[in-house]
Design a protein around this ligand. Structure first.
Ligand code: GLN
Length: 590
């Protein structure tokens, strides 16, 4: 038995006889999976998720299997109850996990569906420890932050390593070194790296280089202090990525190198980039991919042929980014318009569609609390299409309905997402079917014509948190509809959901007989999922969130359709493809 194996063997699941408590999943093979830990110093918002996902992508291109995980410090069990205004959008995974928006960055960059195994919060870690305590799993021991809580974190990481069979697990720790709530995660990483032994892990510290306008030069002190704080926790970084608004000077990199024991070639400049999709290329320029391979001794596992193919494909995509010849303006109506992170997936999905079709997208934010029938034409004058995104509650709802009415009557391309689907149904019910009292019980609980009502399964649920109709579901597509054409004449597509309300089935017939086409529904219930209008350039809405599954090389068809229709409206003489033709054309790019 090697020395390292000795150490793991001495680690036991029972805690009374040994100070080593580090539960290891049965069948775990040490050395099979390596770990990259990504932490931030100086401030949050440095783009740890972006960095980590780009580095993971480079490894994936080399034929290595990667599995990302984000560790959040907060005590919420998931992100479902967080206000998007404070934390950015709630991203929903196929298995229904409501998580941080960084998981969206990983899914897009790696073109991979993730699950709850790829996300954890302090809330999850602690509740698992407390459940085990009640169950008697630590009998005889006082349950402590070290080794029990840190043990739980290590277990989660090793479980992911084992279940995914990954060559590298990328661990991103939320927040900043020095946050009390993240301290035990860093301690767990330190322990894990020690237990796994030499060449098993690599620590990357992201930091920020200040450049105060009044001084006109880059200052490294805050970065030095942040890294020092990390080293005081017993963690020696292997790579330091310096975020900054402009390229970090050699002098600053040297200073950081001296203070941190990190060779200067592994102290890299990561200045702001116009597109996150160009960051993998800059990491390659800094040879970060090979540095990581060397540090983890993974050189013999890579497949360079695979890399050549994957990289060529990626470069085809990034080359199209600044080569757009068209420019369309899409209005997004919403409540959280002051924080763009609240609509991150929609912005990404529009960008993917725009890049594929050769058009820049200029997003106009429309605050629907200020829109009504009298000013809607003015508010929408400058846009070539609109999106009414997901939302909750009453604020701005009537403004959304005014926007949808305008779009329907004026051939303005429209895409409704979740709440935007429900609002489109209400608009049609009121203004076409003559149900002038039509409303949603979310807005008016006692309304007379509750065309949108709470899902039967939701009526019995009490409390909030993790209990909406959540996650990936199959949608049955009605043959010979526009949706059917758009989805490649497939009978079924899968999208992700997050809602409590639906179209009350008793109104379906009336809505349909007046011309609303429900082209997608749940296979097992009469829950309407996609609607469309005939004789309109593009009028689509879905109860799902199609933006969550749009990927750079595989843009989501509903967004491609919207952008194509907006382009046709803006450039009527350019002989551009219609929405369905555009969707088919884009498929061939991937
Ligand atoms: N508030 C609506 C519902 O719960 C829509 C939700 C959403 O847009 N995500 O059904």
């Amino acid at each position: 038995m090697t020395k390292e194996n000795d150490l793991l063997a001495s680690v036991s699941n029972t805690s009374t006889d040994s100070e080593f408590f580090s539960p290891i999943p049965a069948g775990y093979k040490k050395g099979k999976t390596k770990y990259v830990f990504v932490l931030g110093t100086v401030m949050s918002g440095l783009g740890k998720g972006i960095f980590s996902s780009c580095l993971a992508k480079l490894m994936q291109d080399k034929g290595l299997k990667v599995a990302p995980i984000k560790l959040e410090g907060y005590l919420n069990i998931d992100s479902g109850t967080l206000n998007p205004f404070r934390h950015g959008e709630v991203f929903v995974l196929d298995d229904g996990m409501e998580c941080d928006m960084d998981l969206g960055t990983y899914e897009r960059m790696l073109d991979m569906d993730l699950s709850r195994a790829n996300f954890t919060t302090s809330g999850q870690i602690f509740s698992s420890v407390l459940n085990k305590e009640r169950h008697g799993d630590y009998l005889g021991r006082d349950v402590q932050m070290i080794p029990h809580v840190t043990g739980e974190v290590k277990l989660k990481l090793r479980q992911l390593a084992m279940d995914s069979g990954a060559d590298i697990v990328f661990v991103e720790i939320g927040g900043t070194v020095g946050d009390l709530e993240n301290a035990y995660y860093i301690e767990a990483m330190r322990e894990l790296a020690y237990e796994e032994g030499a060449d098993s892990s690599c620590f990357v510290a992201l930091t920020y280089i200040l450049e105060p306008k009044t001084l006109g030069e880059q200052k490294s002190k805050a970065a030095q202090l942040g890294i020092k704080q990390l080293m005081q926790l017993g963690v020696q970084p292997d790579i330091i990525a310096c975020r900054a608004s402009s390229p970090v000077t050699e002098k600053v990199r040297q200073k950081i190198s001296i203070y941190s024991n990190v060779p200067v070639e592994r102290v890299i400049s990561l200045e702001d980039s116009a597109s996150i999709y160009k960051i993998p290329a800059s990491l390659r320029e800094h040879t970060m991919d090979f540095e990581v391979l060397r540090l983890l001794k993974l050189e013999d596992r890579i497949n360079l042929r695979n890399e050549r193919k994957a990289w060529a494909k990626w470069c085809d995509f990034t080359d199209r980014i600044d080569a757009e010849t068209y420019n369309v303006s899409i209005g997004i109506t919403g409540k959280y318009i002051t924080v763009r992170d609240s609509y991150a997936s929609i912005i990404n999905a529009l960008e993917h569609a725009g890049i594929a079709l050769g058009s820049k997208i200029d997003i106009k934010w429309i605050d629907t609390t200020e829109v009504d029938g009298s000013n809607v034409a003015e508010k929408l004058r400058a846009v070539d299409g609109i999106i009414v995104p997901g939302g909750f509650g009453t604020r701005g709802a009537e403004g959304k309905i005014s926007c949808i009415k305008y779009a329907r009557e004026n051939d303005l391309p429209y895409l409704g997402i979740c709440y935007g689907f429900q609002m489109a149904v209400l608009e049609f019910a009121r203004n076409v079917c003559g149900l002038d009292k039509a409303n949603s019980t979310e807005i008016e609980p006692d309304c007379e014509q509750a065309v949108i009502d709470i899902l039967p399964e939701q009526k019995k649920i009490e409390g909030l948190g993790g209990n909406m109709r959540l996650g990936g579901r199959d949608i049955e597509i009605k043959p010979d509809t526009q949706a059917w054409e758009m989805f490649g004449k497939k009978d079924s597509v899968r999208m992700r959901f997050r809602h409590r309300y639906e179209v009350d089935p008793k109104y379906i017939e009336q809505l349909e007989s007046n011309g609303l086409v429900f082209s997608g529904k749940a296979p097992d219930h009469p829950i309407m999922q996609i609607l469309e209008l005939e004789n309109h350039p593009y009028f689509f809405a879905t109860q799902a969130h199609p933006c969550l599954t749009s990927r750079p090389l595989r843009p989501q068809p509903m967004f491609v359709g919207l952008v194509a229709a907006a382009m046709k409206r803006q450039y009527p003489d350019a002989k551009l493809p219609n929405s369905i033709e555009a969707v088919n054309k884009v498929k061939t790019l991937a």
